[in-house]
Ligand binder design. Sequence first.
Ligand code: FAD
Length: 416
Amino acid sequence: MKHYDVVIVGAGHAGCAVATHLREYGFDGTILLIGDEPVLPYRRPPLSKARLTPHAGPEPLELYPASVYADRRIELLLGSRVEAADVHARCVELADGTRVGWRRLVLATGAAPLVPPLPGVELPQVHVLRDVQDAAGLAAAFGPRRRLVVVGGGWLGLEVAATARGFGTEVTVVEARSQVVARVAGAEVASFLERYHRSQGVVVRTGAQVQAINGMRQGRTAAVQLSDGTRLECDAVLLAVGASPRDALAGRAGLVCGGGIPVDMTGATAIADVYAIGDVTVRPVPQYGLRTRLESVHSANEQARHAAAAICGATPRRPETPWFWSDQFDLKIQIAGLRAEADTAVVRGEPRRPGFAVFHVRGDRLRAVEAVNAPREFALGRKLISEDVPVSASALADSAVPLRDAVVRTDTSPPG
Ligand SMILES: Cc1cc2nc3c(=O)[nH]c(=O)nc-3n(C[C@H](O)[C@H](O)[C@H](O)COP(=O)(O)OP(=O)(O)OC[C@H]3O[C@@H](n4cnc5c(N)ncnc54)[C@H](O)[C@@H]3O)c2cc1C
């Protein structure tokens, strides 16, 4: 059996980042990065945006060219699935029965699209979107006079709706809640996005429950059946109702997982020398005093950096403010911080057109910023959140006041 100092399972954003950060921290041991997809590790965000296209795009998706792995002595084992991790014998077992030993194990297995238990989800017209193959299959259904029904009006659903419209596709978004992105965005941004999608020709049906998907015309088209009796005929359906952590491997290895692998800030799990990072984890967000899953590239990268530092015995960095972005039509939506515990939403700019920001404040502290085509407001908001300085809500709301002047000076030095 071959042995490595670090074995990483999952060659996505998190797995790739921890491998490269280990070298940046000066780690000199052997590293094996195992991924079940048969291609070089790649960026997932473009799969619902620029790279969701029926035509092959020129932009390479790879996180790094192959030479970077070779230069950094990161061994890649692609197209290989890890079936088991034995934490007593300190080895993993691959699908072909090969065993590989480790001193430290990093689980970075990501998340898988949720498939609701509805009749018809197995039809060939029904898609999910997580990897390059999913994207190619879905994009083949785009084009003028083609009809797409997107089930789920979250970030992924809205991004795909916008991209599909760009190819002339007729798009209907079906959302069970009373508003799109209701779980992940504040009311002002949610209402704005709903109006914007409608203005671009997307049919948005909120408060709508899907009952079944039926195949039609010898399996060439489908009909999405809603509980109010409506039938939406279409050529393709995208299920975009969320993702669940791929924590089964961790569970079989003896980790108690309740909707994700519980980890501390360094990615350490309950088992010594076993780390977990990325979408598969339930992680602390110390600035907000909570533990949650954060499905974002920033979180995956941050956790990877902390885990690499812990493995190398390096001083950990301060936790960063979580942030996320989404591109839809000509909109860039950027969100920093967590809005859940804020008590006041302060709008800066005109929320009926692109170029506004919503600041979520608790007491005199900024807790989150949501910006729509407002990169300066996003950048400064993110800085103010991480500096945890007192701010004036009225100054934040007043576009005539420069944002930096929203900070309340607390100069306590005696006069003169
Ligand atoms: C279409 C799409 C658009 C997105 N857009 C954005 C965005 O705009 N902004 C943003 O911040 N985030 C976005 N995200 C989320 C972001 O991509 C994820 O948060 C990020 O990929 C998480 O990284 P990860 O390494 O944890 O998981 P992944 O990138 O999913 O990587 C996990 C890898 O592990 C592999 N794997 C799983 N089990 C095994 C096993 N047993 N053996 C071997 N390999 C295994 C998987 O196949 C996968 O390749 C998007 C995600 C998707 C799908």
